[in-house]
Design a protein around this ligand. Structure first.
Ligand SMILES: Cc1cc2nc3c(=O)[nH]c(=O)nc-3n(C[C@H](O)[C@H](O)[C@H](O)COP(=O)(O)OP(=O)(O)OC[C@H]3O[C@@H](n4cnc5c(N)ncnc54)[C@H](O)[C@@H]3O)c2cc1C
Length: 407
């Protein structure tokens, strides 16, 4: 392609990697990276862990510094949003009123936390966690004896719960479903996570959610629950999910369905517009798939860059996600929520867990390991190969893992 300009909208994990990959692949044209946050591209996983806990400085999460972007001759525009897109004219407008021409445009706009329309959620004690600034704001609310109520027992909610508990807070998690992380893992994993948090002193309340928040003059609040209960809190954290930032694409007439629809080359319905990361919804055999994961944002960002240079390979999302809570390292491979059957493989260490997700033909479709990285390794291959297993052998501690494979 001609060395014109490639514009990347969104300077997060996917956008940063897309920009760096373009240069890495020898693209010599102009690269413009627009980011509406004031920061250089940074990684979000530490925000709910070491940054929130105060063990890591916010700057330590930086993915590419401004200096590195300048070395790569990437025109980085912090604090500048893309406000309008005309795919047929190959132009994009910025919040500064400039109109940029592009040959290709990559949408890496990520997502934002869902804020349910409940009375009082705009109050000062209510928090979300997506950005560095969110983490710093919430951090000021944590400390010994502080009371933290978290709405949502998913990954963000549980990581915040672990960090708050380790900071000495009295911590309660509200979960509308009867179990934790129900959207992404089978019941055995949920039960393990529940036991982990309960043992650390977190109060878990299932089948209930937040109904309203009443602000108090001293900056604290009262969380009203759907089951009629009330909890006094110094902070309420909304961890009820994320919605894709697809407004720009939608307004430009690009096909969206809870995110920007892309094919296996990260192409959207508009010519020369690609998308990657949390905003992208890929087609998959099991239906539309939007992943909220560090690994996917990096890999798909790089894949979109290659596709923009017409050197792309079909992108196959791996589903790899991890989470850290206390001393538990949770690793997810494949798509365990698609399990027709979950098999728990006994582990010598009571803090460890290996959950293997099987489809109706006993093929491995996913796995979740808690402090069991070694046994997860072969399972990653089995997932990629669609291996069949004998569930009985898989569940036997005295049978080597390798002996469970039958096809
Ligand atoms: C607190 C937290 C902890 C996490 N922990 C883990 C973890 O342990 N493991 C894991 O696998 N994943 C984790 N994730 C998920 C992972 O961080 C995300 O999947 C990843 O950041 C997605 O990258 P992205 O580039 O697609 O989106 P983002 O990182 O959200 O970046 C998108 C950027 O685009 C900007 N933007 C949006 N619209 C515009 C516009 N119109 N113009 C210009 N800029 C725009 C946004 O402000 C943002 O800066 C975590 C996420 C959070 C929030």
């Amino acid at each position: 392609m001609s060395a014109g300009a490639i514009v990347i909208v969104g300077a997060g994990q996917a956008g940063g990697w897309a920009a760096a990959t373009l240069r890495g692949r020898g693209y010599r044209g102009r690269i413009v990276l627009l980011g509406d946050e004031p920061h250089a591209p940074y990684e979000r996983p530490p925000l709910s862990k070491a940054v929130l806990g105060g063990q890591a400085a916010p700057d330590s999460t930086e993915l590419f510094s401004r200096e590195r972007l300048a070395e790569l001759d990437i025109t980085f525009r912090p604090g500048v949003a893309a406000t309008r897109l005309w795919p047929e004219r190959h132009q994009v407008e910025t919040s500064e009123g400039a109109v940029l021409d592009y040959d290709k445009l990559i949408l890496c706009t990520g997502g934002r936390p869902i804020v349910p329309a409940l009375p009082g959620v705009d109050g000062p004690a209510v928090h979300v966690l997506r950005t560095r600034d969110d983490a710093l704001r919430l951090r000021t609310r944590l400390g010994p004896g502080r009371r933290v109520v978290i709405a949502g027992g998913g990954w963000i909610g549980l990581e915040v719960a672990a960090t708050a508990r380790q900071a000495g807070c009295a911590t309660t998690v509200l979960e509308q479903a009867p179990r934790l992380c129900a959207r992404s893992v089978p019941p055995g994993v949920s039960a393990h996570l529940a036991a982990l948090h309960s043992a650390q002193g977190v109060t878990l309340r299932f089948d209930t959610g937040l109904r309203a928040v009443q602000a108090r003059p001293d900056g604290s609040c009262v969380a009203e629950l759907a089951d009629g209960g009330h909890l006094e809190a110094d902070a309420v954290v909304l961890g009820v999910g994320m919605q894709a930032n697809d407004t720009l694409a939608r307004a430009a007439g690009i096909a969206c369905d809870r995110g920007v629809l892309v094919d296996e080359y990260c192409r959207t319905s508009a010519p020369d517009v690609l998308a990657a990361g949390d905003v992208a919804v890929a087609a998959s055999a099991a239906g539309p798939l939007r992943l909220e994961s560090w690994q996917n944002a990096q890999d798909q960002g790089a894949a979109a860059a290659c596709a923009a240079l017409d050197a792309g390979q079909p992108y196959v999302p791996s589903g790899a996600v991890w989470s850290e809570q206390y001393d538990a390292m949770v690793q997810i491979a494949g798509f365990p929520a698609r399990a027709r059957r979950e098999v728990l493989r006994p582990q010598a260490d009571a803090r460890a867990l290996l959950s293997v997700a099987l489809d109706e033909g006993d093929r491995v479709v996913g796995a979740v390991a808690v402090n069991a990285a070694r046994e997860l390794r072969p399972l990653r291959q089995w997932i990629a190969q669609g291996a069949r297993v004998d569930p009985g052998r898989l569940a036997r501690a005295d049978a080597p893992l390798s002996s469970a494979r039958i096809g």
